[in-house]
Design a protein around this ligand. Structure first.
Ligand SMILES: Cc1cc2nc3c(=O)[nH]c(=O)nc-3n(C[C@H](O)[C@H](O)[C@H](O)COP(=O)(O)OP(=O)(O)OC[C@H]3O[C@@H](n4cnc5c(N)ncnc54)[C@H](O)[C@@H]3O)c2cc1C
Length: 412
């Protein structure tokens, strides 16, 4: 009804899942917002290893529902991020090196199309739409139910941050060598920031600049202990908080450092393996910020993300070694925009060391058409042709928008 109303009245339309997209695309001015935030149901069939998820669910809902059965699907690293937006943009987190992108684990999607039709998209039904909705963002229709495949996990993982003082350049070089041989069960992220005053941060480090090296190992835990020993002993670090803990505990560990109602401005790159020059930029720029809340994050990509699902999907960036986030952040009521200049200059300094692509879900709303196209990678042309079939009038445009383009898409 809301979709029909927006169409009839020629109003802008936005679709809101968890409301986390920093571009603000879940909202629109003077238009209609289809807000799914009350539809957060997660139904798990442990025998079939499948979860059916409503479009307003957050990752915390999915993790709680699936881990109750010792099962999991790889989601984002903050529990209050929405499942819907993350999945249609591709999606990755701690377990993606082992089991692929979030969207690689999507078995089917129930969708409401621009013309009001309700369809199922899966490998054997509307295959072109299924290819596009796994990485093409919210451009093709409204997903009303996600069906994910599940894997057995734990519930315990070996995970947590190792904290170093910021002037430890050699840690970054060691990190690069260490992850070059990492198995798919291991992801090691980097977070360069000011340590927040959170309960898990040692008191003497709170408010100081730190380099967090954060492993998450989801395989056999004894193997993990041996594997992580060199990383934990290197240095030595200022604090080693790696331990065996429930996956859901690790998943929520960073929630409080990115709270709602703060101001955020993000820029992002996909990076190849770190070079010494790239490390120079990380060391020079990461802590030259003004707001203690601003930070740099490097996701560790590769592993099962490289190949993707049988038949492929629209998700790009599979060749990247890292997704890098440069995130200006300021607490509610704080000095707005204080680090936007820092973020832009840092982004420009890292550009020569980046792949030229970017994760579509990290795009801000001022990036421009060329950057949007680059974020969809080689699949852009095919996405534009599929858009012309399912949404020729570009009704779903409050997103990292793909313009409909005539021409026959190559078969899936
Ligand atoms: C703190 C934080 C942590 C993050 N961590 C990760 C991470 O670990 N991994 C990762 O991959 N990404 C991460 N992201 C980025 C995240 O993937 C995007 O912000 C994503 O858009 C969030 O989904 P959402 O449902 O909350 O988005 P919303 O803001 O609600 O929606 C964003 C867009 O998604 C589309 N959309 C929403 N609902 C639907 C639907 N039902 N059907 C079709 N399209 C829909 C629409 O185009 C909408 O404009 C993070 C973001 C934040 C702010």
């Amino acid at each position: 009804m809301a979709l029909a109303y927006a169409r009839r009245e020629s109003l802008p339309l936005a679709v809101r899942g968890g409301g986390h997209n920093v571009s603000g695309s879940a909202l629109c001015e003077g238009g209609v917002v289809i807000d799914f935030s009350v539809l957060r149901g997660v139904q798990v069939d442990p025998g079939a290893r499948v979860a059916r998820v409503q479009p307003g669910a957050l990752w915390g809902d999915v993790d709680a529902g699936t881990q109750a059965h010792g099962l999991v699907t790889p989601g984002g690293i903050v529990t209050h991020t929405g499942v819907a937006g993350l999945t249609v943009g591709g999606g990755f987190g701690w377990l993606s090196r082992r089991w692929g992108l979030t969207s690689d684990n999507l078995l089917s999607a129930r969708m409401l199309l621009a013309d009001g039709d309700r369809v199922r998209a899966a490998a054997d039904e509307n295959a072109d739409l299924f290819w596009a909705v796994r990485g093409g963002g919210g451009n093709f229709g409204i997903v009303t139910e996600f069906e994910f495949g599940l894997h057995k996990l734990g519930p315990t993982v070996l995970a947590g941050p190792i904290l170093f003082r910021p002037n430890r350049r050699e840690v970054l070089s060691f990190y690069r060598e260490f992850i070059a041989g990492a198995p798919d069960e291991l992801a090691v992220y980097l977070n360069l920031r000011t340590a927040p005053a959170l309960e898990w941060v040692p008191e003497d480090l709170r408010g100081t600049d730190v380099l967090l090296v954060i492993p998450c190992y989801s395989g056999d835990l004894d193997d993990g202990e041996a594997l992580l020993r060199p990383l934990r002993e290197f240095g030595p670090p200022a604090a080693d908080l790696v331990r065996r803990k429930p996956y859901v505990e690790h998943q929520s560990m960073f929630d409080a450092s990115v709270p709602h109602h703060w101001g955020y401005y993000w820029k992002s790159h996909y990076l190849p393996p770190l070079t010494e020059d790239a490390i120079d930029v990380l060391v020079e720029r990461s802590w030259a910020k003004n707001s203690p809340a601003s930070y740099t994050l490097l996701f560790h990509m590769g592993g099962a993300m490289i190949d993707g699902p049988v038949g492929g999907s629209a998700a790009s960036g599979r060749d990247a070694a890292h997704a890098m986030n440069i995130n200006a952040a300021w607490p509610a009521g704080g000095q707005d925009h204080v680090d936007i200049g820092w973020c832009r200059e840092y982004f420009a300094a890292m550009e020569p060391h980046a792949t030229g692509g970017e994760y579509v879900n990290f795009l801000h709303n001022d990036e421009g058409e060329a950057r949007i196209r680059a974020s969809y990678g080689n699949g852009y042309q095919r996405l534009a042709q599929i858009k012309a079939i399912y949404d020729p009038e570009n009704i779903f445009s409050s997103n990292q928008n793909i313009k409909p383009s005539a021409g026959q898409p190559a078969p899936s």
